[in-house]
Design a protein around this ligand. Structure first.
Ligand SMILES: [Zn+2]
Length: 288
């Protein structure tokens, strides 16, 4: 696990095991806030160890940026903490997280020590403020990667924990391309010092403009490809031809998952386009 101090009392952790997933810690004089947990129990426990023994405080709050396993399944390792998330995150953990853990347990021993802990504190719009020491955390919706996405701004430092609304490769299979476009544009206008992406490396101030632009171009391109595929006789072949590079992205590591995420993006957007087209046709037919 990589670890870095982002600013005073703000820390960042990155998995070396799964998809470069990240987590954060903001420390106050008496207690700390964790922003997301890591994918595997050992890494989350490593992070807890660091907070409790090196920083010398207990974790009082965990903010889950969204319900996906790689960000929430470590909640159970902080038994005294209050979990804070979007209200949809709680719903989705019940509906999808619990059954997903059931099947993960059958495949991997490691997950037998995991329990889904549901957020006790939720909100669904506007901004929620959490004060920790001298820092104000301003917590706001940032949907698109999933419907329950939230982001956490450390106001004093202009550091944004963006969750998966900002990634080296925007991923929309469980979300919505339009919503993530809106979220990314909003992030681009926030005047940030750093963007902490849900996966991948920290984006520094001087890199933000280019990263925002690149993500927006990628989203435009994959939507175009998906639309064109609906007019092709062999749509899947057309999707396969459109590699990640031709959609404006290259050299993405993400633990080797980038190509796979890209083809899932295309497939999902294509199915959306096709469904829209088919139902429009159906409607046309019914008018006649
Ligand atoms: Zn994720």
């Amino acid at each position: 696990m990589h670890r870095e101090r982002v600013s005073e009392n703000v820390y960042w952790f990155q998995s070396e095991v799964y998809a470069q997933v990240t987590a954060g810690v903001v420390v106050g004089p008496q207690w700390a806030v964790v922003i997301d947990t890591l994918a595997l129990p050992d890494e989350t426990l490593g992070m807890r160890d660091y907070v409790e023994h090196e920083l010398g405080v207990q974790v009082r709050y965990i903010i889950n940026t969204h319900y996906h396993a790689d960000h929430t399944w470590g909640n159970c390792f902080f038994p005294g903490a209050t979990i804070l998330a979007h209200s949809l995150c709680r719903d989705l953990l019940i509906k999808r997280g619990i059954p997903a853990l059931e099947s993960a347990r059958k495949q991997n021993q490691t997950f037998r020590q995991v329990k889904i802990i549901l957020p006790q504190l939720t909100f669904s719009e506007g901004t929620l403020n959490l004060r920790v020491g001298k820092k104000n955390l301003s917590i706001m919706p940032a949907p698109g990667h999933s419907p329950d996405g939230i982001a956490v701004l450390v106001e004093e430092d202009r550091v944004l924990f963006a969750g998966d609304s900002f990634m080296p490769l925007p991923y929309v299979v469980d979300g919505n391309a339009e919503d993530i476009t809106t979220s990314i544009k909003k992030i681009g206008r926030m005047g940030l010092e750093n963007i902490i992406q849900g996966h991948g490396d920290i984006i520094l101030r001087g890199e933000i403009e280019a990263a925002v632009k690149e993500n927006l171009i990628y989203l435009t391109n994959i939507r175009k490809v998906a639309k064109t595929a609906t007019r092709r006789r062999l749509p899947q072949d057309f999707l396969d031809e459109n590699k990640i590079e031709s959609c404006g992205k290259s050299r993405i590591y993400l633990g080797g998952l980038a190509e796979e995420l890209h083809s899932r993006n295309l497939r999902s957007l294509y199915l959306e386009e096709k469904q829209a087209k088919d139902s429009a046709k159906e409607e046309e037919k019914n008018k006649k």
